[in-house]
Structures are given as C-alpha cells and as structure tokens.
Design a protein around this ligand. Sequence first.
Ligand SMILES: Cc1cc2nc3c(=O)[nH]c(=O)nc-3n(C[C@H](O)[C@H](O)[C@H](O)COP(=O)(O)OP(=O)(O)OC[C@H]3O[C@@H](n4cnc5c(N)ncnc54)[C@H](O)[C@@H]3O)c2cc1C
Length: 389
Amino acid sequence: MSERKFDFDLAVIGGGSGGYAAARTAAAAGLRTVVLEGGKEVGGLCILRGCMPTKALLYAAEVRHLAQYGALWGMKPGDVPFDWGAVMARKDSLIKEFADDRAAQLNDGRFKFIRAQARFVDPHTVALSTGGTLSASHFVLSTGSVVSPPPLPQLAAVGYITSDEALTLRRPPKSLLVLGGGGVAVELAQFFARFDVKVTLLQRSARLLKDLDEDAAAEIEKVFRREGIELFTGTMLTDAWREGANKGVTFMHEGKQKRVAAEEILFALGRAPNTASLALAKAGVTTDKGRILANDRMQTSAPHIYAAGDCTGPFEIVHIAVQQGEIAAHNIAHPDRPRRMDYRLLLHVVFTDPHVAAVGLTEKEARARGVRYTAASYRFADHGKSLAS
Ligand SMILES: Cc1cc2nc3c(=O)[nH]c(=O)nc-3n(C[C@H](O)[C@H](O)[C@H](O)COP(=O)(O)OP(=O)(O)OC[C@H]3O[C@@H](n4cnc5c(N)ncnc54)[C@H](O)[C@@H]3O)c2cc1C
C-alpha cells in the first residue's frame, strides 16, 4: 500500500451486490475496508427492487397459472381467485428476510459500514452526505444504475410507472402498456398478464429479448400471444397522451401509425449507470455516457480506483456484479497476481415461463463476429422430463 496515511486501505462506494462482494473479498484479504451506502434502504437493487421481488412474484403467477390449467394433469380446476395483497405480502416478507440478512452481513464487523452518500473531493478523498470526509488508498465504485430517462418528453408529461412501482402496486391495473422487450419488461408483462391484467407490449427491435437468439425469442412470443398478451415488435414511439382515465401512445408499426391505450404504462426501456453523484472528474475517472470505463481487471483510468456492477457494465446481471466486485478487490489486495474478467462463458437467464437461459456467445453474436460455429437443436418432444411438466 502507498506511503501516504489514509483512513482506509479500501473504500467501497455502494453496498449492493457488487459492493458487498468487493468488501468481503477485501476484508478477507486483510485490507482495512469501509463500505459507504447512501440509499434509503440497505440491500441494493437485486434484493430490494430487482431479481428477488420479480422472482417471488413470477413464482406466484406460475402457481396461479398451473392451478388454472391443472386439467392437463388430471386436476379439476375452476376459477382461481387471488388476493393481491397476500401475493404482495409474501413477496415483501421474502425481501425483508433477504435485506435483513444483507444488513447483518454488512454490519458484522469484518469491515466498517457507513450509511452515507459519497462524493469525490480529490482522487483519494470523499465527502460524506452526513458530514466530514474520509480518505482511502484504493476505491471500488459500485453505485449501480437508475431507470433511463424516457425517449419522449410527452411520456414524462403523461406519467408512467417503472419496475420499482410495478413491484409495489396496491392493486393490479385493469390494463397495462409495457414499453420495452428486455428481461425486465417480459418478466413483468407475463406476471401481470397471469393476474388478469390486459397487457400490451411494445418493443423497438424486431424481436423480444433482442440479446438472445431468434428461435428462443420466437418461442416466448408464441407463449405470450397464447396467454393473451398483445405484442407489437419493430415499433417506433412517436407520441404519448391521456384519454380520460387512460394513458396512451402512438407508434409506427409495419409502416402504419397505431395507437394503444391502457390504465397504466410500464416504462421498461432500460437503465443507465448511476454515477452522476460521484463527481468522478475530481478523481480522474473516465466515463462514457455515465458508464465508468474499466479494463478487464476492473481498474478505471485512475489506477487506484476500480469499478464493479451496473455502474460499469457491460451487463446488468447480478452474478457479473458479484464477480467484478471480487476481482476488483482481489486485484487491489494482490497486484502481483492479477485476475481478469472473462465474459466468454457469460451466463444469463430470463425467468419467464418457460425460462430462457444462455451461456457464452449466441448464434447471432457468433455470426456478427465472424466466428465459425455449429448450431444444433434437440427435439422438445423427445425430452421426457419436460413433457411430463
Ligand atoms: C426489475 C429487475 C429485475 C432484475 N432481475 C435480475 C435477475 O433475475 N437476474 C440478474 O442477474 N439480474 C437481475 N437484475 C439486475 C440486477 O439487479 C443488477 O445487475 C444488480 O443488482 C446490480 O448490482 P450493483 O451492485 O451493481 O448495484 P446496486 O445493487 O444497485 O447497488 C448500488 C448501491 O450503491 C448505492 N449508491 C449509489 N450512489 C452512491 C453514492 N454516491 N454513495 C454511496 N452509495 C451510493 C445505492 O444506494 C445502492 O445500494 C434485475 C434488475 C431489475 C431492475
């Protein structure tokens, strides 16, 4: 570590999944570590408003769906009424359990945990929102992401909900317009549709889940249409408006102008790095449209500052945030034996029903990069376990 005396060897800014992974790795390697967490709640996106609540709600939707279609397995299903408050309450109690667990981990004394928003005043010092400053020899930035601004000013005027509000609605809307076709959009679309919400989904790209192969996306589109979700792909939003109690959008689709309206709009067109509060210029950290640029050792343009998770990307996947946090902390503790991120076996899952999972390059990416590949498929009808369920 450097000659100058610092309060800590490592300050981790952001106590979400990436930040916690960096802190526990650094503390285990013997670094005097502090985590600075500025959020109102402790837990980070995955636990509080991301992976965990969506998975809890999707499971409730699957249970209802199976009960409704139980005849296939010899049950005598009827109407399956639900108690929305109870569905939400179960999700809330799970989230509380996870968040309490994370808070206990952050407070168990392996490192110092401070509840404050941090902002650089020079490359080795941050000012805390609670007052005072703190210095560290090294930093890991893991401040996560925020919902992207809407592409149309009219949309902001009309109003919409994001995934944050969608996960805490006191009652389901009668109808919902989902803008977006990525993982968050499709998971929430299916969740609401399975609780009797009339869902219409608008996607800019030609296919849902554009990062996956066409055949996987086509399967999800088929299931969605079968479950009554109205899908428009290859669209371009041109306007947003209110009509009585409803909110609506105008868009171009197959060369024609179309209008759709619903009780609520769910804006799920993506997230952006949450770095504006850090004053990164004071620390000499380079960004591109807010995204912290880091090399494969997770080191930024300031050699003593590393980054992990959604604030640096290139993926918004929780186990990638964790791995990046671990690698950043390892490289700070052991500069003599660096580790590098390697995305060749990137794994990600979309938790629709059916799930879609991918490991490594998709066929689409292999084609785009000119990589030679072999494509193979296996008949679903020959897979006994899948047919059974
Ligand atoms: C609806 C939804 C569903 C998702 N589902 C999945 C899924 O199924 N699987 C999956 O892999 N991923 C999923 N994700 C993505 C996943 O949640 C994120 O990739 C992951 O949580 C990112 O972790 P992080 O540590 O980078 O950021 P976060 O967990 O967001 O942590 C950042 C922390 O930094 C704090 N902070 C910010 N600025 C400052 C500052 N200046 N000072 C101090 N603290 C600060 C914040 O308060 C926050 O606690 C989902 C995301 C959403 C929105």
